[in-house]
Structure formats: C-alpha cells, structure tokens
Design a protein around this ligand. Sequence first.
Ligand code: NAI
Length: 330
Amino acid sequence: PMYFDDDASLSHLDGKTVAVIGYGNQGHAQAQNLRDSGIEVIVGNRDDEYADASREAGFETLPIADAAKQADVVLLLIPDEVQPDVVREQIAPGLAADDVLVVASGYNWHFGEFAVPEGVDVVMVAPRMIGAAVRSRFESRVGYPCFVSAERDASGSAFDVALAVARGIGATAGGAIASSAREEAALDLFTEQAIWPAIFNVLRASYDVLTEAGFSDEAILYEMYLSGEPAEVFDRVARDGVFEQMKLHSRTSQFGQLGGIPRFAEISGEATELMRSVLNDDILSGEFAKKWSRANSGDADVLPDMLDEAGSGDLPKAEQRVRSRARDML
Ligand code: NAI
C-alpha cells in the first residue's frame, strides 16, 4: 500500500525533538524539510565541514552523542559503512525507551550490524532520491518515492511516527510506499549484484562479437553507451514505461527490438536461475552481509584489487583507449 499526506499526521512529532545525525547528502535535505514542516530539529555531527554547513543553515549543532541523548526521534543519516561503530559508541547509549531511531536504508538494521536498547522503536524512512531532489521536491510539493516501515514497534505507535517523518520530509506528498528493511536492503543489493553485473556481461559479450566482426572500438563503444543514448532511453523508460517509449524509436528499430525479445528469452532462463541464487543464497541468507563484513574487518581495502581485475578485460581497456583519444567528445 501507499500512504499520502492525509494518512500521515505530523501530530505524532508534537512536542518532540528530532535529531538529524549527519548533515550530508540526505541529512541537509531532511533537516531543512522537517524544520520547514514546523518540527523542532537539532543536528548531531562530528566536527567537520558538514557541521559548519549545519550551523550556517541555523541549526543547533551538537556532537552526535549529545544530540542523540537530547532527542526523542533520531534520524541516522551518516554513511552506512560507519553506522555500526557510531551507533554502538555514540548513539545507542543516549537512546531510552520511547525514543525512535529512524534509518534511511535497511541493510544495517536487517542484517544485525547494530543493536539499540530495548523499548526503542526502530522505523525506516528511505527516500529513493538523492538529497538535492528530496529538498527541491519538498519545496515544490511534488513528493517522491520513499519506502516506509516499522521495524520494531515497542510503543505501538512506531508506524505513525514513521509516517509523520515521511510527511515532514515531503515524501507523502507523492505517496510513501510500505516496505521493510529486509525488502529495501534485498532490492538494493539485488540491483547491484544481479541486474548491473548482468548488464555489464551483456555489454562485454556484445563487444567481443562486434570486435570479432572487425568493427572499431570507437564505433562500438559510442554506439553501445559512450554517446549517452542509453541514459536517455532509461530516462524515457522511467517516464513513459518500457514499451510506451519504444514508440519513439524508428519503425526499423521497433521491429528489431520486438523481434529480438523472444529470441533472447533463452538467456533469460539461465539468468533467472543465477538471479534466484544471488537473491536466496547470497542476499536473503545473510551470506553476502557476512562476507562484506569480513572483507571490511581487515586493514586493507579490498575494492582497489577487485576494480583492477574487473578493469583489466578487453572492454574496459578499449574504453580507456577511446576515452584518452576523444576527451573533447565525452
Ligand atoms: P553522506 O555520505 O552524505 O554523509 C555525510 C555525513 O556523515 C556528514 O554529516 C559527515 O559528517 C557524516 N560522517 C561521515 N563519516 C562519519 C563518521 N565516521 N562518523 C560520524 N559522522 C560521519 O551520507 P548520505 O549519502 O546522506 O547517506 C545517509 C543515509 O541515507 C545512508 O543510510 C544511506 O544509505 C541513506 N540514503 C542515501 C541516499 C542518497 O541519495 N545518498 C538515498 C537514500 C538513502
């Protein structure tokens, strides 16, 4: 179901102090939206340039532990990777029964990366939008997609508070979507671990076949994506739908695309099996979360080596060559 302004009452935040922890991408937008909705907002931030920005915007800005202690409702808007330590050391100690912790992504809560004291409600209000759009859409009252859920309802009113926060940040103007930390985290991870890797492999296979035919790197790569055309197509897909936008393409293109769909159904059978395994065996089982947490426990960053390896294939190398020759066109 979806929840609109009429379903959400700001009164659940009456007399409450809301602490926005982190004044970054989401934090600066959500703090300002809540304040403009008439809610009492303080900011908790470590001493860095984000704290300066928060002070400049007129927010009372405190160390994280002090803000968490002082507030009744705490929005956790710092990067996911640092949340477990910061919650354990600076936020959880300041939370008491009847307080509410609001997360903007489901991963850490769902996979048990941090804990909060008993009696504290935990809710999710997760915009599907970058912070700048969270702010600009609030100002123009158009709303934006946002997942909401009550993850731990000790008070009996956790979901009401989640909806009040969603309304305060402007999300219910367009309709907030009922979800869960499990669903939000799994969808996010699935897109990252199945959809994009599948797309990358389709591009790689296409590059190999087209190179075998003797076509040039420049021509292939501009056609495939360097021109930015796929980004425009995806933009139309989001606005008009997969098949509706197809009508904007030439008749030859439509005939070819529609004819190709049943032909490639064969690979989608195999892909379905792999995707099921990614979802069930890696993501929902918690295996990926364990693997990622192990990878992060060492001193060395694992990503540079993985990126080097992925970037050493024929397609990434061709892309580097083309890019270095054609800077001005990109
Ligand atoms: P961000 O990267 O913009 O966060 C910066 C803030 O975190 C600053 O206030 C900084 O002082 C603080 N910070 C950074 N490292 C810290 C540390 N070690 N200790 C204490 N504070 C630290 O974060 P962003 O992107 O706004 O994400 C916040 C939450 O919102 C995350 O849970 C994320 O998954 C979620 N989210 C983000 C979206 C986005 O568009 N970026 C969209 C929807 C949800």
